[in-house]
Write a protein that binds this ligand. Structure first.
Ligand code: TYD
Length: 202
């Protein structure tokens, strides 16, 4: 089972991933946890380049290709081998982030981003994508804004959100939309229920 988590900046995605990890541990369910961009030595180096605020001259095309390159390495080094062993893989962001950020918000278009990622993905497509469904207004302003993407405008982050919603509608049920509750544990329970209902976890 290949499960991905998506959402805009500062919506509590990392908190929910940590709560899910605790739940799976407590209930004796093993999983491999990775994040994007990163989780291999090479992908972490690419992450440092792509998020570095000093790289303000980076073109949208370069950015999209770097995310795809980090992904290609993670897919072949970690994700595909783990899935082949029958393990559950849980990934913090994946190709849907590229479509939302580079395709929609940067304006490269869904086709271009999908094409370069087809090459990177080697058919490793998620079974389920949990989307933390919160518009970024206000939410991302509370985070530290210490990387290149976080520094983008509110309009940029709104386009990211629109990009995720559009993908969800076209995803044939792969996306599970989770509206966050005030209490993080209520949101956690919603996620666990949704994943259990789909047989992704016990
Ligand atoms: P990170 O600090 O991991 O953000 P978050 O905690 O919100 O997941 O930084 C990853 C950043 O990279 C984030 O701003 C989203 C962006 N991103 C893309 O633009 N395209 C991508 O394909 C991926 C995976 C991430």
């Amino acid at each position: 089972m290949f499960i991905t988590f998506e959402g805009c900046e500062g919506v509590g995605k990392s908190t929910q991933l940590a709560l899910l990890k605790d739940y799976l541990k407590r209930t004796g369910q093993d999983a491999v946890y990775v994040r994007e961009p990163g989780s291999t030595v090479i992908s972490e180096k690419i992450r440092a380049v792509v998020l570095d605020p000093e790289n303000s001259a980076m073109t949208a095309e370069t950015e999209a290709l770097l995310y795809a390159a980090a992904r290609a390495q993670l897919v072949s080094e970690v994700i595909l081998p783990a899935l082949a062993e029958g393990k559950t893989v849980i990934c913090d962001r994946y190709v849907d982030s590229s479509v939302a950020y580079q395709g929609y918000a940067r304006g490269l278009g869904v086709e271009f981003v999908t094409a370069i990622n087809r090459f990177a993905l080697e058919n490793a497509t998620p079974d389920i994508t949990v989307f933390i469904d919160l518009r970024p207004d206000g939410a991302f302003r509370s985070v530290s804004r210490d990387d290149r993407l976080e520094r983008e405008s509110a309009a940029f982050h709104d386009k990211v959100y629109q990009g995720f919603v559009a993908q969800s509608q076209a995803s044939n049920g792969r996306f599970v939309m989770i509206k966050p509750e005030k209490d993080k544990f209520d949101t956690h329970r919603k996620i666990v229920d949704a994943l259990r209902k789909r047989g992704a976890i016990k």
